[in-house]
Each structure stands twice: as structure tokens, then as C-alpha cells.
Design a protein around this ligand. Structure first.
Ligand code: ATP
Length: 446
């Protein structure tokens, strides 16, 4: 099998698993779906929230010098004029006159040849703006046009002074926001990788220009550590792509890329944005947004270093990294089939962190209170149906790191068996030590 077809096959299996287990599926499916929009089901939303919370904790709550913001999706239209999105946020697209498909010009492997059908009848490149348009108020005319934000960072620049003053921060400090962004992507593809509605997690760090490269390096390292240490993605599946072509105001930019089954793809950008944002908003809003540095007795525009990632791409990277099929010794777990689909998700983000499985319905009196107790501090599930081997498989497929089996011995020895998804070991743990035993394994060290 070629690398491309095995990657395709793996991707198909991941997409099918996500649908089957209520992680991610097409939006509005009963109407045939809508291209580029995805819904997260019960398991998906549990995982997505956990990933978002990890990011927020790491980027905001554990730092003195980063504040949070939750702004509206629709802002004053001038925001997008100032940011340059209305004039420049476009992709150059070419159309195939034969198969009628549309492609981003910079993504054509062979310019002038349709990657869909091989035709050479391609149009000249044309600009397509990616901003999504709407109207505010009852009159649908050009005066009432507004835009769904294409990135979460612009309101951070707009609210910079509000936040700086109310939080009493001095430079250098950052502002972070998590929220929806919308882009009218011409070719949504690779599952959630390129969607038209997605969630961004961005942090804009405001600093003095002469210190900006130091901060750029710092955030580069911090973000790399987030993927490798907190999310547990192996370094071999990540790489840094340093941009050579830079915006005129930027000193540096890099992407953190992950090796998806369909190839390397960007999951995060770390960008030096110079003083562009603050100077542009100053110019367009008519107020001076320069920062007064008391120590230096000087007014200047803060330089911005940004970390920008997509929550959906991060979840997709985690799912792709976790997917595995192994031939675990299953017979002793009570089923014949020896290929096990298992998601090696980090316990911190697994939709279910512990599943309580009574061996028999007769044990529910003991198992149910245990489940209720565990779910006070962990994402827990309870399953009594089917043989124990099948129940383990269901949990493996969802990435549940620990299964707790209540058996006929439990009443005597006041203990349960804890099965580890990855090591496939089974350990007897006393009931009164169980919660601590699991929390010690699951909670982050820091
Ligand atoms: P690409 O080149 O893939 O279109 P970009 O360079 O336009 O991405 P940025 O504008 O830097 O991306 O956005 C920052 C992050 O937001 C990306 O690293 C990605 O994780 C996420 N993102 C951007 N566009 C999309 C999308 N259409 N669907 C899902 N996530 C996205």
C-alpha cells in the first residue's frame, strides 16, 4: 500500500470512529450535511472542553502576565477595515473549466493543471475574500453589513486599553481569548482540519520592540512544550516551519506542524506582528493607542507576539496521534476477536477517564455508588451491558485509560480491579484508596 492510501485509509477509520462513538460528525446531517461544518457529540464535547481548559490553564491561569477576554463574534465593521481583512484577507483561486472544481492557487502541485481531473483548462487566478458577511438590524443593505470574525485576536487589540487599565498590567503582558472564528474557505477538507466555522485559541503578548525577539523565542518554546509535555505528542510527529516570506511589519513567524495521516499540516502559528495592529487601530479609530511607559517616560506602540492555534485542529491531531490497532491478548478478557482498536488519548483529555464495570447486574448495589463517587472528581462512565471483554473494547475505542471492575470478591476484600488501557495490566486496588490512586495517575504534575 502506498503511503498516501494507507494515510487515507487511516483517516477514513478515524472519521468513522468519530461518528460511531459520538465524537465528531457532520453538522445538519439529516439534511445532507453542510460542507465545512462539524458537530461534536457527547464524547467529542467532553474531550474538546478538556483540551480547551488545559490551554486556558497553561496560558492564562498559571501566569501572572496573561489576562483573559471573551469578546463578541461580531464587532464594528471598521475593526476589519483596520486589520486589513476586508481588503486583503483573500485567497487566489483557480477554477477548472472541465470539472468545475475550485482550488487555492498556492496549493496546486503543478500550476495550470487541475488536481481533480488533470485538465489544463484552468482560469486565471482570482481573489476570493474569506470573510463571512451578515447584516445587523432589520435593514439588509450595505450600510448594515457586519462580518463574522475571521480570527479571535482583533478584539484583543481593540480592547487592549480597557484590559490593561482594569487589570493594572504593565508591559510586557498578554491577553488571551478562546472563541469561534469563521472563514469562507473555498475547499473545506481533511475532516475538521479546514472548516468554515472553528474555534481559535489565541494569545497576544504586548511588549517593547527591543525585547520582542526574546519573547518570540520564549513563546515558541512554551508552545512546543505544551504539545510535547502536556498533550504528550511525540516530538517525531511535530516540526517547526520557519517562514521565509514575512509581512513587511513582522520580524519572524513560524508554524508548528503535526504529521496527520494526510501529510504535515499547521496546527499553530507563532507570529511576530510588530506594531502593525496597534498602530492601524489607532489610525482607524481616531484615538491614540500608544502605551505610556512610565519607567522610560516614553509613548510607543506595543510590539505584539502572537500564539495562535485552532482547537479543532488540536483535537484532530490528538485523535490521529491516539488512533491505533493492536493485537492484544484478548481471549482472557472474554472475546475471540484479536484486533483491538484503541485510542491512546492522554488521560487528561480522554472523554471518559474511568469506566465502572460491574461484572454482573447483581453487583450494581456496590458499583453504582462507586461510580457516583468517582464522577465527582473525574469524567466517569458506567456500563453493565454485554460481556466484560466487549465492554473493555468499547472503552478502548473511546480512549478510556482506566476501567474499574467490580466483581464478586469486592464485597469481601473491599477492593476492585483497575485495568490499564495501554499496559493492559490489572491491579487490585482498595476501594478507599481508589479515587486517589486514579487522580495521581491522571492529574498533571504541575
Ligand atoms: P492555513 O494556512 O492552514 O489556512 P492560516 O495560516 O490561515 O492556516 P492562521 O490564520 O494563522 O492560519 O490561524 C491560526 C490557526 O487557526 C491555525 O494554525 C489553525 O490551527 C487554525 N485554523 C485556521 N484556519 C482554520 C480552518 N479553516 N479550520 C480549522 N482551523 C483553522
Amino acid at each position: 500500500m502506498t503511503e498516501q492510501t494507507s494515510g487515507q485509509l487511516k483517516m477514513e477509520k478515524i472519521v468513522a470512529l468519530c461518528k460511531r462513538r459520538g465524537l465528531i460528525f457532520q453538522s445538519s446531517e439529516i439534511y445532507g450535511g453542510i460542507n465545512g461544518f462539524w458537530d461534536y457529540g457527547p464524547a467529542g464535547v467532553a474531550m474538546r472542553r478538556a483540551v480547551e481548559q488545559l490551554w486556558w490553564r497553561y496560558m492564562v491561569e498559571q501566569r501572572d502576565n496573561v489576562e483573559g477576554l471573551d469578546s463578541t463574534i461580531i464587532c464594528h465593521p471598521m475593526v476589519w477595515k483596520a486589520s486589513g481583512h476586508l481588503d486583503q484577507f483573500s485567497d487566489l483561486m483557480v477554477d477548472c473549466l472541465d470539472c468545475k472544481k475550485r482550488f487555492r492557487e498556492d496549493q496546486l502541485e503543478t500550476p495550470g493543471v487541475c488536481p481533480g481531473c488533470g485538465s489544463k483548462k484552468m482560469t486565471e487566478p482570482r481573489e476570493f475574500n474569506l470573510m463571512m458577511k451578515t447584516f445587523v438590524g432589520p435593514v439588509f443593505d450595505e450600510e448594515h453589513v457586519a462580518w463574522l470574525r475571521a480570527e479571535t485576536c482583533q478584539p484583543i487589540f481593540v480592547d487592549f486599553d480597557q484590559i490593561r487599565i482594569s487589570s493594572r498590567q504593565k508591559l510586557p503582558f498578554g491577553i488571551a481569548q478562546v472563541g469561534k472564528a469563521f472563514r469562507n474557505e473555498i475547499n473545506p477538507r481533511f475532516f475538521t482540519f479546514r472548516s468554515r466555522e472553528f474555534t481559535q485559541m489565541e494569545m497576544e503578548f504586548f511588549c517593547r520592540d527591543d525585547e520582542s525577539m526574546k519573547w518570540y523565542d520564549y513563546w515558541h518554546q512554551e508552545r512546543w512544550a505544551f504539545y510535547t509535555k502536556i498533550l504528550g505528542i511525540p516530538e517525531s510527529r511535530l516540526k517547526i516551519h520557519h517562514h521565509e516570506k514575512l509581512a513587511h511589519y513582522a520580524k519572524a513567524a513560524l508554524d508548528i506542524e503535526f504529521e496527520f495521516p494526510f501529510g504535515w499540516g499547521e496546527i499553530e502559528g507563532v507570529h511576530h506582528r510588530g506594531t502593525w495592529d496597534m498602530s492601524r487601530h489607532s489610525q482607524f479609530c481616531g484615538h491614540e493607542l500608544k502605551y505610556f511607559d512610565q519607567e522610560r517616560n516614553e509613548h510607543y506602540y506595543p510590539t505584539v507576539v502572537e500564539t495562535s492555534c485552532g482547537l479543532d485542529r488540536m483535537c484532530l491531531a490528538l485523535l490521529c496521534n491516539a488512533y491505533d490497532e493492536d493485537t492484544a491478548p484478548t481471549r482472557k478478557e472474554g472475546i475471540e476477536d484479536d484486533v483491538r482498536v484503541v485510542m491512546h488519548l492522554p488521560a487528561l483529555v480522554a472523554p471518559v477517564q474511568v469506566a465502572v464495570l460491574p461484572l454482573s447486574k447483581k453487583l450494581e448495589d456496590k458499583a453504582e455508588p462507586l461510580f457516583k463517587d468517582l464522577r465527582r472528581c473525574l469524567r466517569a462512565d458506567y456500563d453493565v451491558s454485554g460481556n466484560i471483554g466487549k465492554r473493555y473494547r468499547r472503552q478502548d475505542e473511546l480512549g478510556t485509560p482506566y476501567c474499574v471492575t467490580v466483581d464478586f470478591e469486592t464485597a469481601n476484600d473491599q477492593a476492585v480491579t483497575v485495568r490499564d488501557r495501554d499496559a493492559m495490566t490489572q491491579e487490585r486496588v482498595a476501594l478507599d484508596k481508589l479515587a486517589k490512586f486514579l487522580l495521581d495517575k491522571i492529574q498533571p504534575v504541575a
